[in-house]
Write a new protein. Sequence first.
Length: 186
Amino acid sequence: MRADLIRPGEKELDYESEFWADHDERCHGPMDSFFDDPDYADGFLWDCCQESGSNEGCKFTKHRTALNEIRYPPPVVITSAEHPINVLANDRKRKAEAQMQRPTYARCGNCERRFDVDDNNTKSCVYHPGYKTIDNEGEHWCDWDEECHGSISSLEDDPDHADGFMWSCCEGPLDHPGCKTGRHEA
């Protein structure tokens, strides 16, 4: 997905699509079980714009979609004319409230975890700078026939086949926590 396109809606089944014409649920399973499968995206519609499920996005934004920043407003101080407040005490209270502002959270572009932007040091983020690649040295794909079972590269996000992939940066398994440490990137 491009960084400046977002999808404000959700995917829903397109029952009128020709895509599902020969789909037999007794043989292939329920249609909604293919919700996240990119090979079946044309069988779904986005409810925000009624476009095909394979469409990238329909709304532009100047922010990256992974940012997901949450900013809490500072607490509101209510004063009353009926209860006079000492000016010096009021000034100290305002300073304390300014120091106690709630944290701002963002989603890291590297590890995809939420983090407090004010508490971000050089060891906060552990991630892989590389990409998922097929592990041709391992035994996972030795009996795999792409003509029968489909393309191996389309299964890189399938947890059942995680053993058949590795990280390009360190050649470690996909469940390895990360090979690089640094600050979170918003």
